[in-house]
Design a protein around this ligand. Structure first.
Ligand SMILES: Nc1ncnc2c1ncn2[C@@H]1O[C@H](COP(=O)(O)OP(=O)(O)OP(=O)(O)O)[C@@H](O)[C@H]1O
Ligand SMILES: [Mg+2]
Length: 679
């Protein structure tokens, strides 16, 4: 028996637990047995109700602190209660020894073939000029695939020696196939990532970031923040560089930094699992991500010390997982409905060639919106049943409601009704919450969300003149496609049942891993993707002038020409989107050509080049002579000032940039954190 095992057994028979309750002086010491990394059995009269979460410290018989954290009561009876550790900081190794870690694969051979490197950018200005070129010589040949999801992040790799080159999932630290894309900022400065952060959300909703992917890379605008705030149970704030972030009171941490922390965790987990250094990745992003959002993901990866060899659209990666090594020819529709985003792409697969023929999506419709609707509905039912006029839920109550809503939603994917119970939901007056939600109720309430995805998909098909019956197979990707109403809607649109060939949770990471593997082997399937949104510049009266239209095949180049009357400095604010009002589109940056002194009749040209990753590079030159002009990209100037200079929009009313559904919960959150929606 190992020393650790012996110590673990000794601990299990002698440990004590000290309970603490936040906000008052509640302290209680109990004996514990059967301690493992996941939980323990407490010999005591109940200190709490099932589901209640309490802070604890675990001590040995001499009073030495062994571990501390937050635990939840999961079972009452047998002279005590079973508790699960939601979050535990282990001060003594013996506590974790009773849990075997996932078995890592055997180490790989060390030889690493060289990888292609990107040509160095000379006079070209990348949107994030401080970053290195996309590919740098790798330190290691393992290129993992990462699906950085709104809700869950999943990593995979290809081990040639097992499974005939099929991708394998890299498990998270708690053994699951994905890790929650969440971060919790402890008041003592510690940062918890993944499951630990998710477990702390109910206790610390204001300090737990979820849904960061919806805001990554976006330029902070107070009006957009007001709209978005209703969908986040933590206060949003303006982070450095006009970015969205979480406002922790003493600092605002940007969503880009949050993504970097998640990616760092993925990298560390992969290193532990693969038992070798991991420095390279293929990362997926929603097809409907703008250029700045893609760039922000690459920047986050850079901060996490990962070289990104390819940024791939999530539905395209799923198509790779679908078509890999099958040698077939098919036109597939990928319906990617995840936690935060909806993407729809039509991909033609021929051997190992993947050609995206049409794509579209919405970064503000996903499983989280179903949760918000359902949470609002549960609250309304509770108020109705209790005859309570009004109850403005606290952040904790909202976090509990959203957790219960998510659970209810999943249950309703397989059963026709679900009883939601939350003990001690309200304190004054003291009330438990107990309501029953039927699938019918749920479907009626969330039908507009499903309808929104149908409208997008129909539009995408129409824009590419594709009839639904011309699709050979429909592939469902993302957890939200488990909702029966979603499956029905898809089946109805295409007149066929969706394919069951790929796993909706893992396909994107699998596809990314396959691409990573092929890149490391110096070959790759041919991926032909499209520019998802129009890129253009703004002129007077905020009018948006398209330069490169959406659905343009990548890579692509377009040139803007400016007449000779523009002497001196040329400034061109670039935006991405489909609205005629530039302000409703995503701000990319302002191209600045300094010292563009043109002679009579000469014109300056600004060239926008999009590579196959959909990242943009810019250079400028004199039209006829081709003489290079110095170009810089400005992201510092406040967008408000830029818009003010352009003047008020004088075109037809443009659709709102973000059409976020307003729910009872979103109204409370908006108010709680000091933002008010216009209207
Ligand atoms: N059985 C189920 N029924 C309904 N919804 C489910 C089910 N299982 C998971 N979900 C939902 O799926 C969503 C997570 O899906 P997924 O992991 O594919 O998203 P993601 O990749 O994190 O997000 P995105 O792709 O939008 O960035 C969550 O909203 C979750 O509640
Ligand atoms: Mg996803």
């Amino acid at each position: 028996m190992s020393e650790n095992r012996r110590r673990a057994e000794r601990l299990s028979s002698s440990a004590r637990i000290l309970w603490k309750r936040q906000g008052d002086d509640f302290l209680q010491l109990d004996r514990v047995r059967d301690v493992s990394a996941q939980g323990a059995f407490v010999v005591s009269d109940a200190v709490s109700e099932p589901d209640a979460a309490l802070e604890f410290e675990l001590h040995d018989e001499a009073g030495r602190a062994l571990a501390s954290g937050v635990a939840k009561v999961v079972r009452l009876g047998d002279g005590g209660m079973g508790i699960a550790f939601l979050d535990v900081t282990i001060d003594a190794a013996e506590v974790s020894q009773s849990m075997p870690p996932p078995r890592p694969p055997p180490p790989l051979p060390a030889a690493a073939p060289p990888l292609p490197t990107a040509p160095a950018a000379t006079s070209v200005e990348w949107v994030a000029p401080q970053l290195e070129p996309l590919s740098v010589p790798p330190l290691d040949r393992v290129i993992i695939g990462i699906d950085l999801g709104t809700t869950n992040t999943c990593a995979a790799w290809v081990d040639e020696r097992v499974g005939e080159g099929r991708p394998q999932i890299i498990p998270g630290r708690t053994g699951g196939n994905t890790i929650p894309t969440m971060i919790n900022f402890d008041t003592d400065g510690r940062i918890h990532v993944g499951q630990r952060a998710a477990d702390r959300q109910i206790l610390y909703p204001r300090r737990t970031v979820y849904g960061s992917k919806r805001l990554i890379g976006r330029t902070w605008q107070p009006e957009l923040a007001a709209e978005a705030q209703g969908h986040f149970a933590y206060p949003l704030g303006e982070a450095e560089g006009q970015r969205f972030g979480i406002d922790l009171g003493d600092q605002v941490v940007s969503m880009d930094a949050v993504a970097a922390r998640v990616l760092r965790e993925v990298r560390a987990t992969a290193e532990d699992f693969l038992q070798r250094e991991v420095r390279s990745a293929v990362i997926t992003v929603p097809a409907y991500f703008s250029e700045v959002q893609r760039e922000a993901v690459r920047r986050a990866a850079f901060m996490a010390e990962l070289t990104v060899h390819r940024i791939v659209n999530e539905p395209t990666a799923a198509a790779v997982a679908y078509g890999h090594a099958r040698g077939e020819e098919a036109r597939v529709a990928v319906w990617d409905f995840g936690g935060g985003t909806f993407d729809f792409s039509v991909v033609d697969i021929r051997d190992e060639r993947y050609e995206v023929v049409a794509t579209g999506g919405d970064n503000f419709v996903g499983g989280a919106d179903f949760d918000d609707e359902l949470a609002s509905m549960i609250l309304e039912r509770f108020l109705e049943a209790e005859g309570l006029e009004e109850l403005e839920p606290t952040p904790q109550q909202i976090a509990r409601l959203r957790e219960a809503a998510e659970l209810t939603k999943r249950a309703l994917s397989v059963q026709s009704e679900f009883d939601v119970r939350l003990t001690d939901f309200a304190r004054e007056p003291k009330r438990d919450l107990s309501v029953t939600i039927t699938r019918e109720d749920f479907e009626a309430r969330t039908a507009p969300l499903v309808e929104r995805t149908l409208t997008i998909a129909r539009g995408v098909l129409l824009s590419a003149s594709i009839l639904p019956e011309e699709i050979d197979d429909v592939v469902l990707v993302g957890g939200t496609t488990r909702i029966p109403a979603v499956q029905r809607a898809v089946a109805e649109l295409f007149g066929r049942r969706p394919s069951k060939r790929i796993n909706p949770d893992e396909a994107v990471a699998h596809g990314a891993a396959l691409l990573g593997h092929e890149i490391s082997a110096g070959e790759g399937p041919v991926l032909l993707d499209l520019l998802p949104m129009t890129v253009g510049h703004a002129i007077d009266a905020r009018r948006f002038v398209p330069v490169v239209k959406r659905n343009e095949r990548l890579p692509c180049v377009e040139v803007l020409t400016f007449g000779g009357d523009l002497l001196g400095r040329i400034q061109v604010p670039l935006f991405q989107g489909e609205s005629p009002d530039a302000a409703q589109n995503e701000y990319l940056c302002t191209v600045v050509v300094e010292d563009a002194r043109l002679r009579d009749g000469e014109r300056a040209q600004i060239r926008l080049s999009f590579d196959e990753h959909c990242l943009m590079a810019i250079d400028a030159f004199v039209e006829r002579s081709g003489k290079p002009l110095e170009v810089t990209l400005d992201r510092e100037r406040p967008l408000e000032d830029i818009l003010q200079d352009l003047g008020a929009f004088d075109g037809p009313p443009a659709p709102e940039a973000w059409q976020l559904p307003e729910t009872r919960i979103s109204k409370v959150l908006g108010k709680l954190f000091g933002f008010f929606r216009k209207k």
